[in-house]
Design a protein. Sequence first.
Length: 298
Amino acid sequence: MRNIITIIVRLTLSCLIAAFVIGLCFVLTSKAKKHNEHVNEEKVIYSLLGYKGDAHPPESLKLSVLYRYVVSDPHGKSIGYLVPTGQGETTAFSFIRLDLDGNLIDQKQVAVGAEDAVEQEGRDKAIQAALGPGAELTYADKTIIVTENGNRISYLVTGKFPGFKTFVSVMLALKPDFSVRGLAILEQEEDPGLGAEIEKDYFKNQFIGKSFETLKTLDVVKEPIPEEYLKALESRLQKEEAAKIREQFKDHAIYALTGATISSRSVTNGISGTVKKFAYRLNILDKVIKDQKIVVPF
């Protein structure tokens, strides 16, 4: 009997130690994974803004992050934005809630720090505490508004839409007039050598320079890319010469990838829809911020 008890105790201790080690490893690797995700996202962001390699953004460049939510409560659904408010050292966070017609429902201060706001769990808890019981939150997406010396110079917008096989995730850099400044493919599972070519410069760079009006009705054509345009898209020409050629095609449809028209059209329609929805939502939010005289750093 004594031997059996000894074995049970040892097994129990072994299980507890193993559980502790596994838990510790999970916590450490989870933190490392989140850190790497933030670092990679930062690289994509600054790359889209033109800061690659050893190029560093100036101190006058500021990034303001807006988090969009769908809120459900006994009164129905509404749209909420967690936005930084105030200026400089007085920056805080507010949750601006709008009805589905774009009218202000309320604005509540949210007790969350800048670092905690980055992580969804802490952000959600803080917003929930501000709204009180009865409200359910569903995170939708985030937007980064880029300013330099207080002036808006770009929007960084994420989008996710169906591809040929699964979903395609992108990040777009838009100018203040909603024309495309840059495009990064964050995630995709299209066929290698076919739809996966959406990550190649000769496809992605076709979107750069497209105006908002062009994006609204942007189409895809099944034609070979003209040789000079291809060289310009792949940066195989001098910068000035490439810019002139790309200017000639700025209002042209997107040339489809060979053998992957569906993937080409999916990305084209996805980007067009993402930009149109973003412009519509931002214009509504900007109007509310202006009408309510809400002080924001962007």
